[in-house]
Write a protein of this length. Structure first.
Length: 241
């Protein structure tokens, strides 16, 4: 899967997987299903209650469906929410109302007028998960990590009120954290104590050399703390977006 790096104001580089074309198509189809269901329900009610003068106004929200959801629900329509994808600013900034409006205007051309063919061609040729609306708005669509993805990735859940002990952990990268997690996972399952201690010691030394962290914590506690701190720093930076 292709990845995309977001640089936040804290100078933390966040690595994300680009939303696949399949995810985006399925999200769009799901949104069409929700929109169609809403229109069908209104039609049934309108035929039963006969209120033609207000029917148009009740259907009007469908025109602004994507704009409203992306604007007020952090870059996610219901379809995107289900597929675990989200619109983000490509420069790491917050998704602005202006960016949402630009994407919505281009959507009318790319997805409505050309039935999605123009958007699909642009996403494939661009290589950064961006259709024309994304290029104009400075946005992209990324895949959010799910629970199954987290186990073998750099990420783990951290308490919202947790304060990082070692801020130097931001000098590490996703690959470093994945390696540390693999070491911790291996040593927790292995019964070879001497081998485990040597592996933890070498891993700790490599982390200390890269980050400059000096602490009296034991190897195991140190590595667990570094992983947790890295994730806490990531969550703080992600909250800026």
């Amino acid at each position: 899967m292709e990845t995309f790096h977001l640089q936040t104001s804290q100078n933390v580089s966040l690595e994300h997987t680009l939303a696949s074309v399949g995810d985006r198509i399925l999200a769009t189809l799901l949104d069409f299903l929700f929109m169609g269901s809403y229109a069908l329900i209104l039609t049934i009610i309108q035929n039963a209650a006969a209120f033609p003068n207000t029917f148009f106004w009740l259907l009007l929200p469908l025109l602004f469906y994507h704009l409203l959801f992306e604007l007020f629900f952090n870059g996610q329509s219901p379809g995107k929410k289900i597929m675990g994808i989200r619109v983000l600013k490509a420069d790491g900034g917050r998704l602005s109302p202006g960016a949402c409006i630009i994407r919505w205007i281009f959507r009318l051309i790319e997805l409505t007028v050309t039935s999605g063919s123009l958007a699909l061609a642009t996403i494939i040729l661009n290589g950064k998960g961006q259709r024309l609306g994304d290029l104009a708005a400075g946005t992209t669509v990324l895949k959010l990590p799910g629970k199954k993805m987290l186990e073998h990735s750099a990420w783990q859940e951290v308490e919202a009120d947790y304060s990082p002990r070692f801020t130097q952990a931001e000098l590490l990268n996703d690959g470093d954290i994945r390696t540390i997690r693999e070491v911790l996972r291996h040593t927790s399952k292995s019964t070879k104590q001497l081998s485990n201690e040597e592996l933890l010691r070498k891993t700790r030394k490599a982390v200390a050399e890269k980050t400059g962290i000096n602490t009296d914590l034991g190897d195991l506690e140190f590595l667990h703390t570094v992983v947790k701190d890295y994730n806490a720093l990531f969550q703080q930076a992600y909250a800026e977006i």
